[in-house]
Design a binder for this molecule. Structure first.
Ligand SMILES: Nc1ncnc2c1ncn2[C@@H]1O[C@H](COP(=O)(O)OP(=O)(O)OP(=O)(O)O)[C@@H](O)[C@H]1O
Ligand SMILES: CC(=O)N[C@H]1[C@@H]2OC[C@@H](O2)[C@@H](O)[C@@H]1O[C@H](C)C(=O)O
Length: 378
C-alpha cells in the first residue's frame, strides 16, 4: 500500500458549466477521506468559446492537433483551472505544499472510440507551473491505446465508495452508481466486487441544448419547464430506438452522438418533459444489459437535481424492484463525485495502479494511465 496523499481533483465535464474541485486524502486503494469541494462556474462567454472549440475539434484526426481556436482555448482553460485551484486552497486555508498531486481531467473536445481517438484539452505542465503542484493529466489515452473505450473512468472510484458504504450495511445489493452529467454513465458493483460500467445515454445535454435554443437559458432548473409538459411518446421512442441501446457491445458516447429535437417536434415544455423521460429511460434500458437487475441506484451528477428525471427514474426502477437514492441520501456528494474521482485516479496513476478494467472500458487488461507534469521541472 502506498502512502496516503492529499490530492485535488479537477473536472470540467461535458455540460461545460464550470470546474468542479475536490480535495481527497487517499492511498489510491481502500482508504478514502473526502475533504472540501467547490464549483467554479464558467461565464456565458467562456461557455460559448468552449462550444466553438467543439466545432473546431470536428476536423481533428490525431490527438496532438489543435486547429482553429483550440491552442488558445487550451491555454485559457488551463489558466482558469489554475485560478480555481488557487481560490480553492486559499478559501480552505491550504498551502500548495500541503497538496501532493492534482488530477486534471481537462475538457473533452472530441471522443470517437470507434477511431480510437479521444481528446481532452488541458496543459498539465502549465497547470503545474502555475500552481506549484505536481499534475497528472490526460488519463483516458492509455486506456484507448490498449483497446478500451477511454471512458468511463469514474468506476474505480465508485468501487472505493461502495466498499466503504457496504461496510455500513446501508445498501441493498446489487448497487449501481449512475452519474447524470452531460452524458449519463453507470457503474455496477458485482457481488465479488467485480465492476461493470459503461455510458448509459444522453444525460442533461439534450435538455440543456433544447432549453437554450428555445428559452435562452442554460438548463431547466429544478425541472420547472419539464414539469409543465407531457411526454411525447413518438419523440421519446425516436431516441430510445437508437441502436446504441440495443447493440451487443457497449460503447462510450461523444456529446454530439445524440442531437436535440427540431423546433417543430415539440413545444418548449413537452420537449423538456420528453427529454427528461428519455434521460431516465435511457438509464433503465442500458441497465438492462447488466448481468443482474440492480436493487439500488445511487444517483450523482447535476441530473439528480432535476426532480422530473428523478421521478421518472424512480417509477421505472420500481417496476424492477429497485430503489433510487440521490448520492446525498447515503452521505456522498453528488456534485463533487467526479472531481473526487479525478483526485483518486491521480493517486492511483502515481502508484501505477490500474485506472480501468476490461469490465469498465473494454480495455484488454487492467491498465494505469496519465501523463505527469512535475512542478519543479517547470
Ligand atoms: N438545479 C438543477 N436543476 C436541474 N438540472 C440541473 C441543476 N443543476 C444542474 N443541473 C443539470 O446538470 C448539468 C451539470 O451536471 P454535471 O456537472 O454533473 O455535468 P458534467 O460534469 O459537466 O458532465 P459529465 O459527467 O457528462 O462530464 C447542467 O448542465 C444541468 O443540465
Ligand atoms: C470522453 C468523456 O469525457 N466522457 C465523459 C462523459 O461524461 C459522462 C460520460 O461521458 C463518461 O463517459 C465520461 O465522464 C465520466 C466522469 C467518466 O469518465 O467516468
Amino acid at each position: 500500500m502506498g502512502k496516503i496523499m492529499a490530492a485535488i481533483g479537477l473536472m470540467s465535464g461535458t455540460s461545460m458549466d464550470g470546474i468542479d474541485v475536490a480535495l481527497l486524502r487517499t492511498d489510491g486503494d481502500a482508504l478514502v477521506e473526502r475533504g472540501p469541494s467547490a464549483g467554479y462556474a464558467y461565464d456565458p462567454r467562456f461557455r460559448d468559446t468552449l462550444k466553438q472549440g467543439l466545432e473546431d475539434a470536428r476536423s481533428i484526426t490525431s490527438r496532438e492537433q489543435r486547429p482553429g481556436s483550440l491552442a488558445e482555448l487550451e491555454q485559457e482553460l488551463t489558466l482558469r483551472h489554475a485560478e480555481a485551484v488557487k481560490s480553492f486552497i486559499q478559501n480552505n486555508n491550504i498551502l500548495p505544499d500541503d497538496i501532493d498531486i492534482i488530477g486534471f481531467h481537462g475538457q473533452t473536445i472530441l471522443h470517437r472510440p470507434d477511431d480510437a481517438l479521444t481528446v481532452q484539452i488541458g496543459d498539465g505542465a502549465l497547470l503545474a507551473r502555475e500552481t506549484g503542484i505536481d499534475v497528472v493529466y490526460d488519463m483516458r489515452a492509455n486506456d484507448m491505446e490498449h483497446g478500451g473505450q477511454g471512458a468511463p473512468l469514474i468506476p474505480a472510484y465508485h468501487a472505493a465508495l461502495a466498499h466503504g458504504a457496504a461496510a455500513t450495511g446501508a445498501l441493498v445489493a446489487p448497487v449501481v452508481f449512475v452519474n447524470i452529467g452531460g452524458i449519463s454513465n453507470l457503474t455496477f458493483i458485482g457481488s465479488d466486487d467485480g465492476l461493470i460500467a459503461y455510458d448509459s445515454g444522453p444525460g442533461n445535454t439534450l435538455i440543456d441544448q433544447w432549453v437554450e435554443a428555445h428559452a435562452g437559458i442554460p438548463y431547466d432548473q429544478g425541472g420547472m419547464i419539464a414539469s409543465e409538459g407531457s411526454v411525447l411518446p413518438l419523440l421519446a421512442e425516436r431516441y430510445l430506438l437508437n441502436p446504441f441501446f440495443s447493440a451487443h457491445r457497449r460503447r462510450s458516447l461523444d456529446r454530439n452522438d445524440f442531437a436535440p429535437p427540431e423546433g417543430k417536434d415539440a413545444n418548449l415544455e413537452d420537449g423538456a418533459r420528453t427529454l427528461a423521460y428519455v434521460t431516465a429511460a435511457a438509464i433503465i434500458r442500458s441497465a438492462g444489459h447488466l448481468p443482474t437487475t440492480p436493487r439500488t441506484y445511487i444517483v450523482c451528477g447535476g441530473g439528480r437535481l432535476n426532480p422530473v428525471i428523478m421521478r421518472d427514474l424512480e417509477s421505472q426502477a420500481k417496476t424492477h424492484g429497485a430503489n433510487v437514492l440521490a448520492a446525498e441520501a447515503i452521505g456522498f456528494n453528488g456534485d463533487s463525485m467526479e472531481a473526487e474521482a479525478w483526485a483518486y485516479l491521480a493517486v492511483r496513476a502515481r502508484y501505477g495502479l490500474p485506472l480501468t478494467y476490461p469490465g469498465t472500458t473494454g480495455v484488454r487488461q487492467p491498465v494505469t494511465g496519465g501523463k505527469f507534469a512535475f512542478h519543479s521541472a517547470g
